[in-house]
Design a protein. Sequence first.
Length: 277
Amino acid sequence: MVATASVAAAEISMGGYGRFGVYYDGAASSTDITSRMRLTVDATAESDAGVTFGARARMQTAEGSAPNGFNGIRFSAKSGGLEVGVGNIFGAIESMPGQYPIDLGLTGLGYEYTAYGVGGADAYSSTGNGSSGANGIEVMYSAGDLSAHISASDTNDRIALYGAYTFSGWTVALGYQDSTAAADVEYTVTVGGTVGPAKVGLAYAETNAGDDRLVLSGGMDVGAATNVEFYYADQGSDDSMGLDFNHDLGGGTSLRGGVARKFDGETYADFGVRFNF
C-alpha cells in the first residue's frame, strides 16, 4: 500500500507539437521547407505536506537537423499559488502577460510583435545539448486576478519583476529589470482585452540605452473555425507589421499562414500545418 501511494503521488507527462510547411525569406529571395518538432517532458511528485516538486525538460529539432538532445532542466517547488523555480527559468519579463499577444503564422515570422524583443531579458531556452538558458532563480505568485513574478540570474546581473492584474476582461501588467547591459530591457508595460468581437493589445518596452518598441496587436474570429490576427510595431525610425490566419482542423490540428514586413524592410511569409499532441 505504501508503494502504491508513492506511485500515485508522482506523475510524468509528455506533450508538444509538430509543424511543417514553407517559408519565404524576403532578404534572401528564397522559399524553403520549414519544420519543427518539440517534445516537453514534465515530471512531478507531491510531498505529504502538499508541496509539488517538478522538473521540465524539452527536446526540439528543426528542418535539416537531427534531434539535439534535451535542454537544461527547470526545477520547481509549488504550493498553492506560490512557485519557486531554478535552473532554466522562464524569466519575469519574457513570461509576463501581453508580451506574446498573438501567434503569427506558422513560425512566428521573427516575433517582432513582442515588445520586450527590443532588448535583452532572461527567457526559457529550448536549445538542446544541455543548454541551461539563464540558469537562474525565480519566484511566481498568483491569487485570483493578481499575479507577480520575480527572477534573477548572473547574466548581466539581471533582476527582473512584473505585476499583473485582470479586471472586467482586461489585463494590465508592468515589468521592470535592473541589469548592467545597456541593451537589456529596463521597463515594459502591456494592456490587453476585448472590444466587442475583437481581441486587442498594446505593449511598450524600453532598454537601458533608451531604445524602445511600441506594439499594437489584435485578432478576431471570422468564422466558426477561423481567426485572423495582426500587429503593428514601431521601433525608432523603423516599423514592422504582419497579418495571419489560423484555421482549426479539429483534433489539435490547424492550418496556419502569415506574412510580415519586418524592421529590415523585407517581406517574409509562411504557410503550413501544426498539430499538438
